[in-house]
Design a protein around this ligand. Structure first.
Ligand code: AMP
Length: 277
């Protein structure tokens, strides 16, 4: 496994990769969710590249950039046994040198949900993912369903800008009690950790209603709200029942549908979602 930082070293390492290349973009502090993406890439591609970069431009001014957990040594020891060929770990100065002024933006579908709570977030995501795609030129890129809006935005961007690659969205990996794995789960303190399963329970309750025939989107949103309200430690930011591709809120559920939510537990902000249909 080759680990590089500069663009010069990355180019040389990329040239030495054989066959189809799969890219797994990450911000590090890897957990089983990230590793599931890497395993899938290994199955489907001849060579696998992983990027580890805590991208400053996708964090808002009062978000947790400086506190975001980092442990490169641990990350490398987790991915080496999976047969990863190349790790790119650039610095913020390599990605955004002095004078940097070019941005990639996806419009309507970045405005609701996470975009409403985090106005600059997706501009940072789509810009850094464009830079990763240009630098590594993967044939396939792997993203997690855990970040459903991010996956939808990147699918849209790849279509709109004709990136010659396939976006593959992999299922959410969960803890035994249903909590979606996330690097931010380590912030959950004391009783907030068991209380965090309320997101999974709220999504499960809405899914059961859907499976029982409920198609009224407002009723499904209401079921998620009522379930979340039963956990006094949880403070709901939004719940949504939206079209899977456009992310527009639905009146009635018919095609592929995204149930999603953001919830604060103490100071920790968690997101989760289920796909219906
Ligand atoms: P991050 O390091 O949080 O930016 O995540 C890197 C990639 O891993 C993104 O595509 C995420 O959607 C994905 N990911 C994060 N958590 C999970 C999870 N629990 N299950 C599956 N994929 C995940």
């Amino acid at each position: 496994m080759k680990t590089v930082s500069t663009l010069f070293d990355l180019r040389a390492a990329r040239l030495s990769l054989y066959g189809t290349v799969g890219l797994v973009p990450t911000m590090g502090y890897l957990h089983e969710g990230h590793l599931s993406l890497i395993r899938r890439a290994k199955l489907e591609c001849d060579s696998v590249a992983v990027s580890i970069f805590v991208n400053p431009t996708q964090f808002g001014a009062n978000e947790d950039l400086s506190k975001y957990p980092r442990d490169l040594t641990r990350d490398l020891s987790l991915i080496e046994p999976l047969g990863v060929d190349l790790v790119w770990n650039p610095t913020p100065e390599i990605m955004y040198p002095a004078g940097y002024q070019t941005w990639v933006e996806v419009e309507a579908m970045t405005r609701p949900l996470e975009g409403a709570m985090r106005p600059e977030h997706f501009k940072g995501v789509t810009t850094v993912v464009t830079k990763l795609f240009n630098a590594i030129q993967p044939h396939k890129a792997y993203f997690g369903q855990k970040d459903a809006q991010q996956a939808a935005v990147i699918r849209q961007m790849v279509r709109d800008l004709n990136f010659p690659l396939e976006v593959i969205v992999c299922p959410t990996t969960r803890e035994a009690d249903g909590l979606a794995m996330s690097s931010r789960n380590k912030y959950l303190e004391g009783a907030d950790r068991p209380a965090a399963t309320i997101l999974f329970h709220a999504l499960s309750a809405a899914k059961s209603a859907y499976e029982g025939g409920e198609r009224n989107a407002e009723k499904l949103r209401e079921i998620m709200k009522v379930t979340l309200a039963a956990e006094p430690r949880a403070q709901m930011q939004y719940v949504s029942c939206a079209d899977y591709d456009t992310l527009e809120e639905l009146d009635m559920v018919s095609g592929k549908t995204l149930l999603s939510m953001a919830v604060l537990l103490g100071k920790t902000r968690l997101i989760d979602n289920f796909v219906l249909g």
